[in-house]
Design a protein around this ligand. Structure first.
Ligand code: FAD
Ligand code: FES
Length: 273
């Protein structure tokens, strides 16, 4: 998978929920190589302030039209600058980076997608790819946010999922409480176990979902976030406790930017996260 350096034109940059912005970019070279679960590093301003690029997952990849989309939340200086960008502005990108999601086995009856907060934007292209490549596999989405107005509109999700279970911290839509408790409640009510769980979201949600996944003996592909200096495997700033095998050698840490961001659930030491 070749990473590319591209100056992308902004086609649209607008808020689509209380907290999520959608950035649509003409970026044909990166779109051609991109896969769900991978990410791009964006220089948010040509003035090099902030100095470091910021990482964002793909929300949509349209190879034919040469378009990529990013869904992002404003949390600090870089994303505040990004939110002020207008149609026609240019952004400097490097990508696609990281490994991306792997498809479930051909005979998987059902997979679950567990997404918290802005993590839904990385999950959407994965659900879409499973829909196309594994049409017989049932696609069940568990999706949580703090409040109903932070949830991505149903119209983004309904065409690509068989079932959707919402949860909100305040009960304004769906289950009242946290996503792992929503999962527990659905299983208690008779929902069958999946062949595989894909997950993306805040660290605590991922950790609880990972513990549940491992204790039920289910395979999992979990998309992690970490503070990133380079996104290219050079600064080692994105190390998290976990192990991958290189021949007979097992690592003590994994690097989210080049061994991830998607990890098999058993490869992360969740008790140290
Ligand atoms: C592989 C990857 C994919 C990502 N995809 C998305 C995405 O699709 N949409 C999205 O909204 N965000 C995504 N993020 C997070 C995003 O990169 C950060 O929110 C962004 O870099 C913050 O930049 P900032 O300058 O606005 O914030 P800063 O001013 O740098 O920081 C503001 C606050 O956010 C925290 N923060 C910054 N970066 C991260 C991070 N990576 N993880 C956890 N906390 C962080 C800081 O510690 C600080 O408290 C992704 C991160 C990674 C590593
Ligand atoms: S961000 Fe530099 S090595 Fe991962």
């Amino acid at each position: 998978m070749k990473k590319q350096h591209e100056r992308a034109i902004i086609l649209e940059n607008a808020r689509i929920t209380k907290t999520i912005y959608r950035l649509i970019l003409q970026s044909p070279t990166i779109a051609r190589e991109a896969r769900p679960g991978q990410f791009v590093m964006i220089r948010v301003d040509i003035a090099y302030d902030p100095l470091l690029r910021r990482p964002f997952s793909f929300f949509k990849i349209d190879k034919e039209e040469g378009i990529i989309e990013i869904g992002y939340q404003v949390v600090g200086r870089g994303t505040t600058i990004l939110a002020a960008k207008k149609k026609g502005d240019i952004l400097d990108l490097v990508g696609p980076l990281g490994n991306g999601f792997r498809m479930p086995p051909e005979d998987a009856d059902m997979v679950w997608f567990v997404a918290g907060g802005v993590g839904i934007t990385a999950m959407v292209p994965c659900i879409e790819e499973v829909r196309i490549k594994r049409p017989k596999t049932r696609r069940v989405l568990f999706y949580g946010a703090k409040t109903a107005d932070e949830l991505l509109p149903h119209s983004f999700l309904e065409p690509i999922c068989h079932e959707i279970y919402y949860s909100t911290d305040d009960g304004s839509k769906g289950f009242c409480g946290f996503l792992p408790d929503c999962i527990d409640a659905k299983v208690q009510n008779g929902l069958a176990m999946p062949a595989l769980i894909y997950a993306c979201g805040p660290p605590m949600m991922l950790k609880k979902t990972a513990e549940w996944t491992i204790s039920n003996g289910i395979a999992g592909q979990f998309c992690l976030e970490a503070l990133m200096g380079c996104g290219l495997g050079a600064c080692l700033g994105c190390a998290v406790p976990g192990s991958v095998k290189y021949g007979d050698f097992k690592t003590e840490y994994v690097h989210v930017c080049f061994e991830g961001p998607v990890f098999s659930v058993e490869n992360i030491r969740w008790d140290e996260i």
